[in-house]
Ligand binder design. Structure first.
Ligand SMILES: Cc1ncc(COP(=O)(O)O)c(C=O)c1O
Length: 306
């Protein structure tokens, strides 16, 4: 990751080194925040943010679920204000490919009661490059011993900071075992998703991905890939997927803002399909690559010029 110059913090553009909080910040101690991850591309018509309004909507929805009002630095913000703020901070920095807005309870409080604790919004830009090291032979996954938290443990469909402890545990488990990523099962034993990516399989001539009720985050890349795959003529089904179906799929790939579209060729030491990147994932990967760079006019509305 490469740092940038400016961070948008409660309405002001401050220097990277000055975007600080107190050690007693509620969110630091109890995970009370909601965040987003958004890609910026050098598109055909200039720098553009991918599906910015959809990301901001998910952030605002997450805040609603958490009961956090959009009041930062003494001012109330709308989704449109946050969209403008994201563009402002991207413009204020030289080299950006990833933006991370984070709404968090910023009061210096000891105790779990979040009521009345003031919130902040920080919008950080970085240059991330590839999130997962690119591999011509595809990515290696393990099935984590940690389960994807279900909807009874918290809002699985919101990007709540504290909920990412499980993803961090699963990621550590994967890295320790020499894998790139971990897939998590849900409390029914069905395939849910990876630590920061949704998962797709190609099996029996159809594309399958876990449905929203499987305790997944409804990824914006996932929604994009479902549409792109259908536009390419594939049948896509949102459903329940068992671990056996995953291991015996012809192809598997992950989708996420940071990771983009990433083929998987090994899970739990077993080759997926032929053990090489398959034609369906290759086709979707190539199409997505061109769409985000503004090369396919039908999808231009997904790009918000900066
Ligand atoms: C747990 C989890 N699942 C899936 C995704 C993919 O979502 P998106 O495509 O919106 O980035 C993410 C990343 O935001 C994530 O953190």
């Amino acid at each position: 990751m490469e740092k940038t110059e400016k961070i948008w913090f409660d309405g002001k553009l401050v220097d990277w080194k000055d975007a600080n909080v107190h050690v007693l910040t509620h969110a630091l101690n109890y995970g009370t925040g909601v965040f987003e991850g958004i890609r910026v591309y050098d598109a055909a018509k200039g720098p553009a943010v991918f599906r910015l309004k959809d990301h901001v909507k998910r952030l605002v929805d997450g805040c609603k679920v958490m009961g956090i009002d959009l009041e930062f630095g003494g001012r109330t913000y709308t989704a449109e204000d946050i969209v403008s703020a994201v563009k402002d901070v991207v413009r204020a920095n030289r080299k950006v490919d990833y933006v991370k807005p984070c709404v968090f309870l910023n009061g210096e409080e000891v105790g779990l009661n979040p009521v009345g604790v003031p919130a902040s919004l920080a919008i950080t830009c970085i240059f991330m490059g590839d999130y997962l090291s690119p591999s011509e032979s595809g990515q290696k996954l393990i099935t984590s011993s940690w389960h994807r938290p279900d909807n009874l443990c918290g809002p699985a469909g919101a990007k709540v900071n504290g909920a990412y402890v499980t993803s961090c545990l699963a990621k550590r488990e994967a890295v320790r075992q020499g894998a790139n990523e971990a897939v998590m099962l849900n409390s029914s034993g069905h395939v849910a998703e990876c630590t920061g990516e949704n998962i797709f399989i190609f099996r029996g001539g159809k594309i399958l991905t876990p449905q929203a009720s499987e305790c997944i985050l409804e990824g914006i890349t996932r929604a994009s890939v479902i549409q792109v795959a259908r536009d390419l003529g594939h049948e896509v089904v949102e459903t329940e997927i068992t671990r056996t179906q995953l291991l015996t799929a012809d192809e598997v790939w992950m989708t996420g803002t940071a990771a983009e579209v990433v083929p998987v060729t090994v899970i739990d030491g077993r080759a997926i399909g032929t053990g090489r990147i398959g034609e369906v994932s290759k086709g979707i990967h190539a199409r997505f690559h061109d769409i985000v760079r503004g090369k396919i006019p039908e999808y231009e509305s997904w790009l918000d010029p900066v």
